[in-house]
Design a protein around this ligand. Sequence first.
Ligand code: TYM
Length: 345
Amino acid sequence: MSADVKSSDSEAAVPTRKVLLTCVQPSGGFHLGNYLGAVLNWRRMQDDYECYFGVVDMHAITQPIEPAKLRASTLELVAWYIASGLEPAKAHIFVQSHIIGHTELAWVLGCLCPVGQLERMTQYKDKVARHESVGAGILNYPVLMAADILLYNAHAVPVGEDQKQHLELARDLAEKFNRTYSPTFNVPEPFIPKTGARIMSLADPAKKMSKSDEDQSGTLYLGDTSAVLRKKIMSAVTDSGSEITARADKPGVTNLLHILSACTGRALPSLEAEFAGKGYGDFKSAVAEAVVATLESVQKKYAELMANKDHLLDVIKTGDEATQKTAYKTLAKVYRKVGFLERSR
Ligand code: TYM
């Protein structure tokens, strides 16, 4: 597929459509939060934007991960992307470490970014609170994420709610670069879905569903069998009382209602009305069946894709090539603006 990009000598790529960029870390399984809070939303946007969907393996090494696991998870994530409805014929699916420009732009942006701003990031503070020593990669993580976004001059960045603060930093750095040098970057807009933007752990609805949670019984993976999905949902923590309603003092039931709403496309009031007077058992069974039915076709497609790894590698190759072209253009423009002497050819 062509990058659909016009270029001129003096300016970086001018896309004919608005640009969307977003990414997932290949740091383990692909879970229901990633699917409902992120990829489902991207699928709906891919017809309207020039899309870049990244697999950010460089972000994944900010936490310890076995090399073999990282390599396998990278390919698996591409398969989950496609199985979830992202279409390589419409979008550029790429692997971050294959593209020259992400770390180069991150260096330039990092030189504009006060350390204090990075130290105030919630995800950094949480990790510092949990670990004895934290690598510089974790501190610089949001700068690399800003580079991911600005390298493609993205207008739209659809993410779950947990990424909002990182997006703010990307916006700040775009504005700071534009002020310091000259207008260069769009200030990217976050797109956070109304339903599914914050799927919580089934074991502890005060925490977001996550692959790094110690208690994995609260995380629903798309790779889980139907039996495991049903078991995790039937054991989900519920709240005192028996009412099935979305309310601040009922975080467990509220989370399950949001999952049911995202899987069925039905609004919360209609679900609350349906389950009025019914017990938690009936309610959880309905959630389990909705999740199993939603994921069935995605899981089937995933299995087919994983049976043909060469095809997945071809998808990445094609995505990388188009992505690299755009990345080079932006990087050349940035290097010129900051005053780096042009390399002789
Ligand atoms: P990551 O890999 O943790 O998650 C990928 C996407 O899934 C969303 N998400 C959730 N949504 C709802 N409920 C949840 N429990 C849940 N957990 C995760 C995330 O919000 C995200 O949209 N830093 C990013 C990856 C990244 C990125 C980027 C994203 C790197 N560069 C550039 C956008 C643009 C991350 O760790 O996402």
